[in-house]
Design a binder for this molecule. Structure first.
Ligand SMILES: C[S@@+](CC[C@H](N)C(=O)[O-])C[C@H]1O[C@@H](n2cnc3c(N)ncnc32)[C@H](O)[C@@H]1O
Length: 396
């Protein structure tokens, strides 16, 4: 066994990827993202576990810059989920014509500059088909030209214990070591799996499994649960939702209603100034709360969005995140492959050591809860010392 690897998380968002890797005992040295609110969430949820996030435009930074900021000589594992809007089927499929599509090649550039022993890249599955597969082929060719062995597959989050039918493409690259047995074996199984194959192994986790114990957002008990707040619906929408059966889609409002006995639909981040599409709770006639979204994404309740981060940003950060249990599975896989040690106990931290996630008075909170939110404000104009504290200057 070699020592515990050092990890850098690029395009880290609020840190779903980092969370899963810390959970299985990998040392995340730093996360980088150009969104100040994502880094505010990242730092609130990772500083107490020894990882720090930095606001940085990665299209303008070099590998050397990252090492300098983190005071490291090298990195063992580079992970990242560059923005996928340019490749997503819900986006415009402009491929490389969209500048955001180029950020995936910035990830390749960082691999070339930092030469980590291994990397894990996450993206949407249809990255493989955009421009008739040319973008993906280019990506593979560039990694191979850098002498990395490559393995990739589309992983279903439900297979790894996440109550969500979320498919994401993961590519693993290693220097020197051949990659065998990728992807890691499923830990959870579809209810239709034959009894022989199932052999008492756990079934997919369902919406009900993870949401049923939460009180409704309007009940007094909900006030004590971070990020479990109501959203206001118009009377018309409420009528439509009341008639929407579990597992069905409202044709008028494009709302999907969760089915209690199935995993959730894929949670999405939404793009531009559009509200992330949130499913309707299977029991209550309303969209799910941020806390419910986080549970469906595989986050534990210790992961909290501070209240200086606008609510729609919170939803977006959840929808963007790598599901922590999937990241954890991949972290274990890569450590077993490369003979790296893991030290889970070292990165547990004490969530209670954090300052309060709330900057508002009780009265302010109650007033806001009662007025709910409806609009799509992303709070782009708002600033606060908490957010500003997360900002760093790009290294010179
Ligand atoms: C799909 S999300 C990554 C989510 C993350 N992997 C997680 O698990 O939470 C992509 C991220 O890339 C960030 N991003 C977009 N352009 C960037 C840039 N030029 N430099 C750094 N980060 C950027 C976005 O702010 C967003 O948080």
């Amino acid at each position: 066994m070699v020592g515990c690897p050092t990890v850098i998380d690029l395009f880290c968002g609020c840190g779903g990827f980092s969370t899963g890797l810390l959970d299985v005992g990998l040392a995340i040295k730093g996360g980088f993202d150009n969104n100040v609110r994502a880094i505010a969430a990242y730092n609130y949820n990772h500083n107490y576990r020894g990882a720090q996030g930095f606001v940085l435009d990665l299209s303008k930074a070099s590998g050397h810059d990252l090492l300098q900021v983190l005071q490291l000589n090298k990195v063992d594992l580079l992970v990242g989920g560059p923005p996928c809007q340019a490749f997503s089927i819900v986006g415009s499929r402009q491929g490389l014509a969209d500048p955001r599509g180029q950020l995936i090649f910035d990830f390749v550039r960082f691999v070339a500059e930092l030469r980590p022993t291994a990397f894990i890249l996450e993206n949407v599955p249809n990255l493989q088909t955009i421009s008739n597969g040319q973008v993906y082929q280019q990506l593979i060719d560039r990694f191979r030209a850098l002498e990395y062995n490559i393995a990739y597959d589309v992983l279903l989050a439900a297979d790894y214990g996440v109550p969500q039918n979320r498919k994401r493409l993961f590519m693993v690259g290693t220097l020197a070591t051949q990659i065998a047995n990728f992807p890691p074996a499923a830990t959870h199984f579809h209810p239709a799996t034959s009894a022989v194959k199932l052999m008492n192994r756990p079934l997919y986790r369902t919406c009900q499994d993870v949401l049923e114990d939460l009180p409704d957002v309007t009940s007094p008990a909900a006030a004590a649960i971070p990020n479990h707040e109501p959203t206001q619906h118009t009377k018309k929408a409420l009528q439509e939702l009341a008639n929407l059966a579990p597992g069905k889609r409202s044709k008028k409002y494009f709302y999907d209603r969760l089915h209690p006995e199935r995993p959730s639909y894929t949670l999405r981040a939404g793009a531009g100034n559009f509200t992330p599409l949130r499913p309707i709770h299977y029991r209550y006639d309303r969209v799910i709360s941020v806390r419910e979204s986080a549970r469906l994404q595989g986050f534990t309740d210790d992961f909290i969005w501070i209240d200086t981060i606008p609510r729609l940003q919170q939803y977006r950060q959840v929808g963007n995140a790598v599901c922590p249990p999937v990241a954890a599975t991949l972290g274990k896989f890569i450590c077993e492959l490369l003979g790296w040690e893991r030290a889970p106990a070292q990165f547990v931290g004490n969530p209670a050591s954090r300052p309060s996630a709330s900057t508002k008075s009780q009265l302010q909170k109650e007033t806001e809860r009662l007025s709910c939110i409806r609009g799509a404000s992303l709070g782009l104009g708002a600033t606060s010392s908490t957010l500003d504290a997360a900002r760093i200057s790009p290294p010179s």
